[in-house]
Design a protein around this ligand. Structure first.
Ligand code: SAM
Length: 286
């Protein structure tokens, strides 16, 4: 079954009485060039189990299942299950979990499904939760080699920005702490059904860095980073003090100790400075 043929897709959807949910970010890929490329760039190959997030009608799932040893996919919309039964009928190496990815036990899924295999994540992410999903994948310390995902073009720019520049966000710090990121290729809005209002890009994050901090330090570090970037136009003394319940004077003294101005804003700090700032603040907080 050709899942990038518009006639075929329309036929399956109408036979199952399926209507797209905008709220769930349902824009399905209909450009035949995209999914094979995501699968190939994304480590879908022998010896690998691939975790997919959001199957839609299975257009990417199928490409992953053709190449990897096993595929486990988390899809929140139960209306897609009978469709997937039909579109993935030829594959016995795919397991669908009808769950919300933000609540699913991803460690458990990987352990159960991918025993003895290396693991990678591939997805055309639902855009409304792009950053939370990527942060979840990173912060959960899952045993994965890479995350290859389609995201909106603006999100790709933020993900691939340099830490310490205006384009940087909490997610940029996240990917740079855990690994390295690069943009693979752009995808025009016409490649989807229905077409979204913006273009997209596929990025790949390689989780290739040793963790510099303990689990507890890491948690504190990302609380600081998220607090700082959620009010990026404010000075760090204001954003971090108000959102983390820290004393403003303490933030000032940490900044001074580091040779930074009291009016420093979070987007001005390099990766090393962010880590050092957070660890000093953690010490001061006892
Ligand atoms: N992979 C398909 C494709 O490329 O055509 C579908 C991609 S579509 C952009 C996003 C998919 O994620 C939809 O199938 C949607 O139902 C699903 N989804 C949305 N929110 C989700 C969540 N919280 N957990 C799991 N799946 C979710």
């Amino acid at each position: 079954m050709n899942l990038t043929n518009i006639g075929t897709v329309r036929d399956i959807l109408s036979r199952h009485g399926f209507n797209f949910s905008k709220g769930l970010g349902q824009n399905f890929i209909i450009n035949p060039d995209i999914c094979p490329k995501i699968a190939e760039y994304g480590n879908a190959k022998e010896g690998y189990g691939v975790l997919e997030i959001g199957t839609g009608i299975g257009v990417l799932t199928k490409e992953l299942a053709m190449r990897a040893d096993r595929v486990a996919a988390v899809e929140i919309d139960s209306r897609l299950l009978p469709i997937l039964d039909e579109t993935l009928a030829d594959f016995d190496n795919v397991k669908i979990y009808n769950e919300d990815v933000m609540k699913a036990d991803l460690h458990g899924i990987i352990e159960r499904e991918f025993s003895g295999l290396r693991c990678a994540v591939c997805a055309n992410l639902p855009y409304y939760i792009t950053s939370p999903v990527i942060m979840l994948l990173l912060e959960s310390r899952l045993p994965i080699d890479s995350i290859t995902v389609m995201v909106q073009k603006e999100a790709a720019q933020r993900l691939c920005a340099k830490v310490g520049t205006r384009d940087c966000g909490a997610i940029t710090v996240g990917v740079n702490y855990y690994g390295t990121v690069r943009q693979l290729f752009g995808v025009s809005r016409g490649s989807f059904m229905p077409a979204p209002n913006v273009d997209s890009a596929v990025i790949r994050i390689d989780l290739n860095k040793e963790h510099q901090l303990s689990a507890e330090q890491e948690k504190f570090f990302f609380r600081v980073v998220k607090a700082g970037f959620s009010q990026r136009r404010k000075t760090m003394a204001n954003s971090v003090a108000s959102l983390m319940g820290a004393d403003k004077q303490t933030v000032y003294s940490v900044l001074t100790e580091m040779g930074l101005p009291e009016a420093a804003r979070i987007e001005q700090l390099t990766m090393e400075q962010l880590i050092s700032f957070s660890m000093k603040l953690m010490e001061h907080n006892g």
